[in-house]
Design a protein around this ligand. Structure first.
Ligand SMILES: Cc1ncc(COP(=O)(O)O)c(C=O)c1O
Length: 439
């Protein structure tokens, strides 16, 4: 096949059947839409190009920068598109969680601006988080930015309405699938595809997949965050189900090893969530059904993600001492204290207060005399054993008290005698009007 530009290669991705002996479903044909085969590597190539192309010639004329709030695949595709057109690209994000993607963005010439989110609790008197402020600035006329705005831009949906969905319908002979399963990030792909599928088959059932509470699966929202997304409309889905990071890796391994599809953890989550959902209905079916899920991107960028969660897969010793490997019972054993009890305890026993938030949020406001050890670094420290004496009282603090509870449970498991978590985190502390100091 011959093309004039790599941008013309975006789309027309294959729909490949998963062998029945792999998924074990008796009455359902399951197909993978291989969006990882787009030229820049993901499902986001389509919206990135569709959103950027609109204002591109004007941006080139004015020398504007392309900018997007993304730390992953949208940023990657936009970084390439910007570089191809001689424009700077800036990625504005919360903390970057996938180091390989960060490195790739830098390699492509992107500028990365990492800002803390509102949940990191910067300033109690400020109702607007830095991302929101940045967002407003980007959208102002004459800002010098072409802001592609993936969380609100209808061209994100249109990329899938005009491309991904009709391709699926055509490949399935004109009617489309009976069940469609997709992970939800901006909700662009799931919403855009589902709308068109319903036009062809009003009975299609749409399953949206999100990450399990306080779990991280690259590119998608967790169950608590999904309602914050501008393009997300719960009415678009027949059901929303969650997948854990471990399940996503299990699904990924099946795709990689048994299907020969080198999808990443989010594609793995889609496969795992699809098969789990379909198994529930498979036995009740009296007619054959067809289901489609999306494999959004490739595995290669996620080696550190896998190493952190399943080191044995990379022939490394298992991480017994990690928050990721705590059992539910171990996690439930965490000692949490509310703000009043924490204040009393600090006053009386002077525990070491460890703030696990990012350094930006910490330096803006924190509990007096606390130390800042960002959770990823704390994780590394704990991997080497207890970072302080086992009888030294420790109060762990994070944005909303979920992460700190897991670390308190982990310290207890390692033999620490008095590690407690601040219930509700800095947000609860702030809401209770307790004092915070600034560096
Ligand atoms: C790896 C990956 N999978 C899935 C998605 C979800 O796609 P959407 O934003 O269309 O909901 C994204 C979005 O960034 C992603 O990066």
């Amino acid at each position: 096949m011959k093309y004039d530009s790599i941008l013309d290669v975006i789309g027309e991705t294959p729909l490949v059947r998963v062998a029945p002996d792999v998924h074990g479903l008796r009455n359902i044909d399951l197909y993978a839409k291989l969006e990882m085969l787009n030229p820049f590597g993901s499902v986001k190539d389509r919206p990135a190009w569709n959103m950027a192309r609109e204002g591109l010639s004007q941006a080139v004329e004015r020398g504007d920068s392309i900018v997007e709030l993304s730390s992953g695949n949208t940023a990657k595709a936009l970084a390439v598109i910007a570089a191809m057109h001689g424009l700077p690209f800036k990625s504005v994000t919360n903390r970057m969680k996938v180091p390989e993607i960060k490195d790739l963005l830098l390699l492509l010439g992107a500028e990365i601006e990492e800002l803390p989110g509102q949940t990191e609790c910067l300033d109690p008197t400020d109702t607007e988080d830095p991302l929101t402020r940045m967002y407003r600035m980007l959208t102002e006329e004459g800002s010098g930015y072409l802001h592609t705005d993936q969380y609100f831009n209808p061209r994100n949906l249109d990329a899938h309405r005009g491309g991904t969905a009709p391709e699926i319908v055509k490949d399935l002979g004109g009617r489309g699938p009976d069940i469609f399963i997709a992970c939800v990030g901006t909700a662009g792909s799931s919403t855009g595809v589902a709308g068109v599928l319903r036009e062809h088959n009003p009975a299609v059932s749409v399953v949206g997949l999100v990450a399990h509470k306080s779990d991280f699966i690259p590119g998608i929202r967790n169950i608590d965050e999904v309602n914050e997304v501008g393009l997300f409309d719960p009415a678009n889905y027949d059901t929303i189900e969650s997948v854990t990071a471990q399940e996503a890796i299990d699904g990924m391994l099946t795709l990689n090893r048994r299907c020969g599809m080198l999808g990443g953890p989010t594609g793995g989550a889609a496969y795992f969530g699809a098969v789990r959902h379909l198994k529930e209905i498979d036995e009740t079916l009296t007619e054959r059904r067809t289901a489609v899920f999306i494999v959004c991107d490739r595995v290669e960028s996620y080696m550190s993600y896998v190493r952190q969660r399943r080191p044995e897969l990379l022939r490394q010793p298992p991480r017994a001492d990690s928050v990721d490997t705590l059992t539910d019972a171990e996690a439930a054993a965490a000692v949490s204290v509310d703000v009043a009890a924490a204040r009393e305890w600090i006053e009386r026993d002077r525990p070491l207060v460890v703030d696990l938030r990012g350094s930006f949020a910490y330096s803006a406001l924190h509990i007096a005399d606390s130390v800042n050890i960002v959770d990823e670094i704390f994780d590394e420290l704990v991997r080497g054993g207890l970072p302080f004496g086992s009888s030294r009282p420790v109060l762990l603090v994070c944005p909303v008290g979920e992460k700190s509870a897991r670390y308190a449970a982990l310290l207890a498991k390692l033999g620490h005698r008095d590690a407690r978590s601040l219930r509700g985190g800095v947000v609860a502390w702030r809401d209770a009007g307790a004092p915070l100091v600034r560096d």
